[in-house]
Design a binder for this molecule. Structure first.
Ligand code: KG4
Ligand code: ZN
Length: 332
């Protein structure tokens, strides 16, 4: 494969642009985060996210080209996240991509955000098909089976909260700052023992559920307070994390065996979780199934992963056009 792609990602609260060569070489990967300003509100406020993207997008694109030392005339295509995500946020990236593509006479390629998360692994090592991807982020918890490039079958998904959403909600109960995932992860590692919280197995299904666990944490804290007993937040964090990690690991390994995959990939913001990485890596090693967890900066939202995915779409002849629109609920 030979192509050079400028990729843009603005689906949530990171304004990102990247230049990717041949689907696996990162020439630049610029991410302007809004976390500091969203922290004040304890989450992402869509309108504020859009305004930040408007301010940042041109700067971020120029920086990505400059760092890569690439002129627009050298590019083969512009790729952009088409969805899912916040519609106002998506539209900023899409319109910047359209303007850039039109001005420089380049084709435009619309990329699915979750496909992008999965293709972060292609920046680390070649994908081995068939493969299974566990996508765990603030908005998604999905087990995706891929027979080949561009083919996605969702074999399990969350029936309520996404894993990252559960992390962020439990973090709020424990008065931790947003986003709570990294704080809970750190605290869980500091605890000797964890509170015994339930596991939602949902028998005979690869689906997940995390809202019951979140309620169990809230009830536990409430009951302890009512009884005037001392609360150890580290033990709550560990109990919560153990439950999430055990269910994610067990279902992923079961599906990997049933589908006979040659590789398991973990993707999305929650895949930065140390407990989850350790548990998956150990369980899959026992089964002899190769496991790929991209480095942390490629797990959270970035444009390099969008460029990696677009490189394969470009090869397959996929092209969008200037009628492209934001698709907040886009299916994989
Ligand atoms: O993929 P991402 O950056 O954005 C979405 O597309 O959602 O994921 C963000 C989510 C947040 O919910 C955050 O709390 C969670 O990833 N997260 C973590 C960790 N680092 C980030 N969750 C658990 N452990 C972590 N170390
Ligand atoms: Zn994401």
């Amino acid at each position: 494969m030979e192509n050079l792609i400028l990729a843009i990602e603005t689906s949530c609260d990171e304004t990102a642009a990247s230049v990717i060569r041949n689907g696996n070489e990162i020439l630049s990967n610029v991410v302007a985060s809004q976390i500091e300003s969203q922290k004040r509100f304890g989450g992402v406020v869509p309108e504020i996210a859009s305004r930040h993207h408007v301010e940042q997008i041109t700067i971020v694109i120029e920086e990505a080209l400059e760092k890569a030392n690439i002129a627009p005339s050298e590019l083969d295509a512009v790729a952009v996240t088409e969805g899912p995500g916040l519609v106002g946020a998506l539209l900023i990236g899409i319109n910047a991509a359209k303007a850039f593509a039109f001005a420089h006479g380049l084709p435009i390629i619309g990329v699915h955000h979750i496909a992008g998360h999965i293709y972060a692994s292609a920046l680390v090592e070649p994908m081995q098909f068939p493969l299974l991807a566990l996508v765990v982020s603030g908005g998604h918890t999905e087990l995706v089976y891929m027979k080949e490039h561009g083919s996605f079958e969702v074999i399990g998904e969350t029936r309520d909260d996404a894993a990252g959403e559960a992390y962020d909600k439990v973090a709020r109960v424990l008065n931790l700052p947003y986003p709570g995932g990294p704080h809970i992860d750190r605290m869980a590692h500091e605890a000797e023992k964890g509170v015994d919280f339930p596991r939602a197995w949902l028998e005979d299904s690869y689906d997940f559920s995390f809202s019951g666990l979140k309620s169990a944490v809230i009830n536990y804290k409430h009951n302890m307070e009512q009884r005037g007993q001392e609360i150890f937040p580290e033990e709550i964090a560990k109990g919560f994390q153990d439950s999430v990690v055990e269910v994610l690991t067990t279902k992923t390994v079961k599906a990997a065996k049933e589908y006979g995959v040659k590789q398991v990939i973990v993707a999305g913001g929650v895949s930065a979780n140390r407990g989850l990485r350790e548990s998956l890596s150990k369980a899959l090693a026992q089964e002899g199934i190769p496991f790929t967890a991209p480095p942390l900066h490629l797990c959270t939202d970035n444009a390099a992963m969008i460029g990696a995915c677009a490189a394969y779409m470009y090869e397959a002849g996929v092209r969008g056009d200037l009628a492209m629109n934001g698709m907040p609920g886009k299916e994989l």
